[in-house]
Design a protein around this ligand. Structure first.
Ligand SMILES: CC(=O)N[C@H]1[C@@H](OP(=O)(O)OP(=O)(O)OC[C@H]2O[C@@H](n3ccc(=O)[nH]c3=O)[C@H](O)[C@@H]2O)O[C@H](CO)[C@@H](O)[C@@H]1O[C@H](C)C(=O)N[C@@H](C)C(=O)N[C@H](CCC(=O)O)C(=O)O
Ligand SMILES: Nc1ncnc2c1ncn2[C@@H]1O[C@H](COP(=O)(O)OP(=O)(O)OP(=O)(O)O)[C@@H](O)[C@H]1O
Ligand SMILES: N[C@H](CCC[C@H](N)C(=O)O)C(=O)O
Ligand SMILES: [Mg+2]
Length: 515
């Protein structure tokens, strides 16, 4: 699809006064520069510019996109979008220059306009933990009703019979990939999409071009303060989904057991913006969790759904999975009358890859789980959820990622030490940081924890410790397929490593047992 620059500016709410170009002495654009150029694509990456592209030159964390205007023009950019105050670089052929205080917002809105259709039911989920799980449960609930549905987030694009669409490996993709991916899904008849809204994505306006039908909020606890600076700024970024992006009159759903500051702020936004707020959980008003009883194969739930008591079994272990399942049900129901029907589907939900996934059961009855907990709150809840399953000891292997929030490292360790009988600190994507220094930051919160840097060796050591009825959980990587050291990704899959090592130890044990 192509659109004229002036239509794009109109769509993004940018006025004529914001169109400039160097060499225009009277400040008024000439005909060529008046915005009648045809734009076929938009990108914020000069390396992706092709003839006909509008280049969004945005300052970022590592680089300043304005340094690449010359290169974009050389590659055929027909116009440039940039922050107010940007001047045209010297010795670069003139192009229309659209200036706005928030070019990332304009980029997302224009990308959506150029991409075309969006799925009719587009639900975004935010929160510190539980976005992927809730989005996948929602996708499953739709699929169970026979609807063509997709999930989009940390796991990439998920669903059955989807067109081949490549997405960047981010929880919330950049606005151009997002808009194009969603348009491809809509064109393929996928009208139900559950999407993760990360705080980075919200802060960077990646979702600003989307037409959302509902939005969910799981919880807000510590993470990503390296990027947002303060909890307040982090909360503000998450709340943007409800304050700015979700259109008035739509459904907002939240876990009522989340911190009260965030919940109160959400309630205030819902009131002001006329959103229908649904709450779930122990304090939930829409779906209230009355009791939950862990069972060997999952858990039994007693719920109050709109005043009606309802008992059902969930085939998933872990208290936090109940929160995610109930939030998904609240988001799946277009009106209150449909709530019970969605709740009735919950027993059919299947586990999400790498989320409390039981990878190995040893002949002595010990189990080993893989989970994606990488925050203090997630680790605390994970270990509390596993405790009833550990008739023996509970052992955790975990680490903290490099180039990510340093403040969470000792807090994660405290939760590991508090919640498990044995905690083993290991490496989890050191990225460009020194792995030993990360482990030292972690160990400051758990001086008694064991430290084994090599992740495979740490898992092997933990497996060797497992006595009858013990439970091991390897946390932090979940579905991940690699260990990122420097900028290189070394293949690594916790579940595979567990299965391989458990198989080897059984093979090694066999001759000894016969002797
Ligand atoms: C810190 C961060 O979020 N960075 C994201 C951001 O990059 P940025 O805009 O700051 O980029 P930059 O490298 O400073 O460059 C500035 C601009 O110059 C442009 N450029 C750069 C080089 C060049 O040759 N030409 C060019 O035009 C860049 O395309 C960019 O537009 O925007 C890019 C495009 O959307 C993202 O790819 C990039 O994600 C990086 C890779 C990343 O690691 N992000 C992580 C932290 C992230 O976003 N995680 C969240 C949260 C996960 C969770 O929930 O836990 C996620 O949604 O995945
Ligand atoms: N509702 C919840 N409350 C607290 N912890 C949770 C909740 N749901 C999941 N977790 C924990 O967080 C981990 C990650 O879950 P999930 O992948 O669903 O979260 P996410 O928000 O998508 O994470 P990311 O920010 O990395 O995308 C799980 O493996 C579990 O340990
Ligand atoms: N989306 C999260 C994933 C963290 C996973 C963990 N394995 C790590 O590397 O810290 C992040 O980018 O912070
Ligand atoms: Mg996720």
């Amino acid at each position: 699809m192509s659109l004229s620059l002036s239509s794009l500016r109109h769509i993004a709410g940018l006025t004529a006064a914001e169109l400039h170009a160097t060499g225009l002495s009277d400040g008024h654009p000439s005909d060529t520069l008046s915005g009648n150029v045809s734009v076929t694509a938009i990108t914020a990456d000069s390396r992706a510019v092709m003839p006909g592209t509008l280049f969004a030159a945005v300052p970022g964390v590592k680089a300043d996109g304005r340094a690449f205007i010359a290169s974009a023009v050389e590659k055929g950019a027909v116009a440039v979008l940039a922050p107010t105050g940007t001047t045209w670089p010297e010795n670069v052929p003139e192009r229309p220059l659209v200036l706005t205080p928030n070019p990332r917002h304009a980029l997302a809105v224009m990308a959506a306009a150029l991409a075309g259709p969006q799925p009719e039911n587009l639900v975004a989920i935010t929160g510190t933990n539980g976005k992927t799980s809730t989005a996948d449960f929602l996708r499953q609930l739709w699929a169970l009703q026979g609807l063509k549905a997709a999930g989009l987030g940390t796991l990439g694009l998920t669903g059955v019979d989807l067109p081949p669409i490549t997405m960047p490996a981010l929880t919330t993709p950049d606005p151009v990939a997002l808009a194009n991916g969603l348009a491809a899904l809509a064109r393929a008849g996928v009208q139900h999409v559950a999407l993760e809204a990360s705080s980075h994505g919200l802060e960077q306006n990646r979702l600003d071009g989307l037409h959302l039908s509902a939005a969910g909020f799981t919880n807000l606890t510590r993470d990503h303060l390296d990027y947002h600076g303060t909890v307040e700024a982090y909360r503000e970024a998450k709340l943007k989904l409800f304050a700015d992006l979700l259109p008035s009159g739509r459904i907002a759903a939240a876990n009522a057991d989340m911190d009260s500051v965030t919940l109160d702020a959400l309630r205030a936004i819902a009131r002001t913006r006329n959103l229908t707020l649904r709450t779930v959980g122990e304090a939930g008003e829409t779906i209230r969790l009355i009791t939950h009883t862990p069972l060997p194969s999952g858990q039994e739930l007693v719920l109050d759904v709109g005043g009606q008591k309802h008992t059902l079994s969930l085939a998933l272990p872990g208290r936090f999975q109940v929160d995610n399942a109930l939030l998904a049900a609240a988001l799946a129901a277009p009106d209150d009358a449909a709530l019970m029907q969605k709740v009735d589907l919950l027993p059919q939900l299947q586990g999400v890859r790498g989320r409390m996934e039981r990878a190995v059961v040893l002949p002595n009855g010990a189990s080993a789980y893989v989970d994606f907990a990488h925050t203090p709150d997630a680790l605390a809840r994970l270990l509390a959820s596993l405790r009833p399953h550990a008739l023996g000891r509970l052992i955790v292997v975990f680490g903290a990622g490099g180039d990510r929030d340093k403040g969470k490292r000792p807090l994660m360790a405290q939760e590991a030490e508090r919640g498990a009988d044995i905690a083993i600190i290991t490496d989890d994507n050191p990225r460009t940081e020194d792995a030993a220094a990360i482990r030292a930051d972690v160990k400051a919160g758990a001086p008694d924890a064991l430290e084994i840097g090599d992740r495979r060796a740490a898992i092997a050591e933990a497996l060797a410790m497992l006595g009858p009825q013990d439970v091991l959980v390897v946390a932090g990587k979940g579905h991940e397929q690699g260990q990122i050291i420097g900028t290189e990704v070394h293949p690594f899959d916790d579940a595979d490593v567990l299965r391989t090592l458990a198989g080897q130890s059984l093979a090694n044990a066999a001759p000894a047992a016969q002797a």
